[in-house]
Write a protein that binds this ligand. Structure first.
Ligand code: NAP
Length: 248
C-alpha cells in the first residue's frame, strides 16, 4: 500500500516532462491516474504502459485544457470511469517567449489560454464532484517566474502570477468544504521546455542555483505527492517553490 492508495488523480499535460514524472510517481505510490495530452498520442500511450506496471488503473485523454467545454467533458468522463476525483493537478503549460516589443497579440493570448484559462476551466468543473465528496486537493503549476518576473517572458510570467492569485482565492472560497488549493513554483527543471537552452546558458543558470543543478521532474512530482496526500491536510493557499534555492 502506497501513501496515495485509493486516491484518484487527474494530471493535465501528463505525456511529457514534469507531468509525466507526476503520473509515474503517483502510480508508483498507489494512486489511480488519469492524465491529458494535447497532441503526443504515442508518448501518452507509452506513459500509460509504464505507469500500469505499478498495478494501478491509468487512462490518458486527448483534451485541450484551454477549451472550457472539453474540460467539462473530461471531468465528467474521469468521474464516470474512476468513480470520483480526489486530486486535480493543473500542470499543462506552454511558453511563447519574446521581448515585449516583439510580442504579438496571438503569443499573449495563447499563453494566457493554455496556462491560466485552463486552470479556471479544470478547477471550475472539478469543484462539483469535490464538493459532493466534501474533499479534494487542487495543485496548480506556477513558476518562480510568476513570483519574480523574467525579461522575455512577460506573457508567461503574467499567466503564472495569475495562477497564484487564483490559487489563494480558491483556497479561501472552498476551504470550508474541505477542498484545498495550492501552487507549486518550480525553478529550472530539465524538460522539453528547457531543452532549447544552450550548454552555456544552462551553466550560467546552474552557477546561480545554490543547489548547483537543474531540477528534475521527479523533484516537482515529490512536492505534488505531499500536497495531494493526506500528509498536507492543513496546508492550503500556499505556494511551494521547488527551485534549489534560486531566487530565495
Ligand atoms: P513540457 O515538457 O513542454 O510538457 C508540456 C505538457 O503539457 C505536455 O504533456 C503537453 O502535451 C501538455 N500540453 C500543452 N498544451 C496543452 C493543452 N492545451 N492541453 C493539454 N495539454 C497540453 O513542459 P514542462 O516543462 O513539463 O512544464 C510543465 C508545467 O510546469 C508547465 O505548466 C510549465 O509552465 C511549468 N514549469 C516548468 C518549468 C521548467 O523549467 N520546465 C519551470 C517552471 C514551471 P503534448 O505532449 O501533447 O504536447
Amino acid at each position: 500500500m502506497g501513501i496515495l492508495s485509493g486516491k484518484i488523480v487527474l494530471v493535465t499535460g501528463g505525456s511529457r516532462g514534469i507531468g509525466e514524472a507526476i503520473v509515474l510517481k503517483f502510480a508508483e505510490l498507489g494512486a489511480d491516474v488519469a492524465f491529458t495530452y494535447q497532441s503526443s498520442e504515442e508518448k501518452a500511450n507509452a506513459v500509460v504502459a509504464e505507469a500500469e506496471k505499478y498495478g494501478v488503473r491509468v487512462k490518458s485523454y486527448k483534451s485541450n485544457a484551454a477549451d472550457y467545454n472539453e474540460a467539462e467533458t473530461l471531468i465528467n468522463d474521469v468521474v464516470t470511469y474512476f468513480g470520483k476525483l480526489d486530486v486535480l493537478i493543473n500542470n499543462a503549460g506552454i511558453t511563447k517567449d519574446t521581448l515585449m516589443l516583439r510580442m504579438s497579440e496571438e503569443q499573449w493570448d495563447q499563453v494566457m489560454e493554455v496556462n491560466l484559462k485552463s486552470v479556471f476551466n479544470l478547477t471550475k468543473h472539478a469543484l462539483k464532484p469535490m464538493m459532493k465528496q466534501k474533499a479534494g486537493s487542487i495543485i496548480n503549476m506556477s513558476s518562480v517566474v510568476g513570483v519574480f518576473g523574467n525579461a522575455g517572458q512577460a506573457n508567461y510570467a503574467a499567466s503564472k502570477a495569475g495562477i497564484i492569485g487564483f490559487t489563494k482565492s480558491i483556497a479561501k472560497e472552498v476551504g470550508s468544504r474541505n477542498i484545498r488549493c495550492n501552487a507549486i513554483a518550480p525553478g529550472f527543471i530539465e524538460t522539453d521546455m528547457t531543452h532549447a537552452l544552450t550548454e552555456d546558458q544552462k551553466k550560467a543558470y546552474i552557477d546561480n542555483i545554490p543547489l548547483k543543478r537543474l531540477g528534475t521532474g521527479e523533484d516537482v512530482a515529490n512536492a505534488c505527492v505531499y500536497l495531494g496526500s493526506d500528509m498536507s491536510t492543513y496546508v492550503s493557499g500556499q505556494v511551494i517553490s521547488v527551485c534549489g534555492a534560486l531566487n530565495t
